[in-house]
Design a binder for this molecule. Sequence first.
Ligand code: NAD
Length: 356
Amino acid sequence: MPYKVAVLPGDGIGPEVIDEAVKVVRASGIDIECEDGLLGGVAYDETGTPLPPETIRLCESSDAVLLGAVGGPKWDRVEPVAMRPEIGGLLALRRELNLYANIRPAKTLRPLLHASPLREGRNLMDLVVVRELTGGIYFGEPRSRSADGQKAIDTCVYTRAEIERITRQAFQIARGRRRQVTSVDKANVLETSRLWREVVDEFASQNPDVSVQHMLVDNCAMQLVRDPGQFDVILTENMFGDILSDEASMITGSLGLLPSASLSDDRNGKAYGLFEPIHGSAPDIAGQGRANPLAAILSAAMMLRFSFAEPEAADRVEAAVEAALGEGLRTADIFEANTKLVSTSEMGDAVVAKMV
Ligand code: NAD
C-alpha cells in the first residue's frame, strides 16, 4: 500500500520547492500517492477562504502533509485578518490537526561550515529543538488590556498532560539519535516551569534509556552560542522554543536549508505530521527558478523518518543533499566563488542523481 501524502504547495516559491521534494521522495523508492490541496493565498483566490474544508478533509485522510509556504504581498491587506494566508490558512490548519509538537533540526552541513558565524574551533552542531506548540503563554487565558490601556495581561498555563505528551515525543526522537534530552525551563522563577521539571523528571525515571539534564533558558541561549555541539535534543515550552529554535537555526548560517515537522499523536503506531521548510514564500524570487529546494527536500526526509518510519530512506535523502553540496552545486542564495550556480530543478535533479 502506498503512503498517502496531502501536498499543499501554497504560494510564491512553495510550488517550485515542493515539486523537487516530491521528485526526491519518489526517487527514494518509497511508494507514495500524492494528492494536491489548496492552502493560503491561492486557496483564498480560488475559494474565498485560505483553508477550504476539502483541504482539512484531505489532510485528515492522509498519512502525512507536505507543505510549501503561504502568503505574499497580494494578501497582506485582506480583511478580516482571519482570512489572511498565514493566520487563517497555516495557523488554522496546525490547530485543526492538533499539531502540538514542533520539531526543528539544526545541523551544520560540512560543505557549508564556513557559512556559520560560529565556525572557528567549535564542534559541529547537530541538534533538534522539540517545541511545545499549542500551549503556554501564546494561548493561555485571561489575556487582556485594561480599559485605560495602561495594563496588559498574558497568562502562561500548562497542564501535566500537555507536558507529558511533548516529553514523550522528545524521548522518542532522542532514541533515534544520541539519547540525550536537555529540558529547558525557567524553574527558578516560573511555577509552570517547576511543574514542567517535575513531569519531565517523572517521565525520565520511567524511561532510563534516555539521559536528561535540566537547563535554565537564559543559560541555554548562552550555551547555544558558546558550544552548540553539546546538545542532542532540546525539549522546551512554546515561547522558549520559538526563540531558541530561531537562534539554533541561524547558527547553521543558511535559512534556505532548514526543515521542520509539526507532529500530533501517533496513528497506527506512526507519527502523524505536517512537514515544511521554515522559510516563507519568498515573493521576491518566485517563478524565477532561483529558490533553494533543499529545505523542502529535507522536510520530506523528515516525513520519511517520522511519519513513514523509513529511516534508511531518510538517511539516503540527507546524504544525497550533502553530496550535491559537496560537489559544489549551489542555488543563488548560497552561491559563492568556486561553486557552480544551479536552478531549483537542477538542484533537485542533482539530489536525485546522488541517491544510491
Ligand atoms: P521569506 O522566508 O519568504 O524570505 C526571506 C528572504 O529569504 C527573501 O529574500 C527570500 O528570497 C529568501 N529565501 C527564503 N526562502 C528561500 C529559498 N528557499 N531559497 C532562496 N531564498 C530564499 O520571508 P519573508 O520575506 O519575511 O516573507 C514572505 C512571505 O512569506 C510573507 O507573506 C510571510 O508572511 C510568508 N511566510 C510564510 C511562512 C510559512 O508559510 N511557513 C513562513 C515565513 C513567512
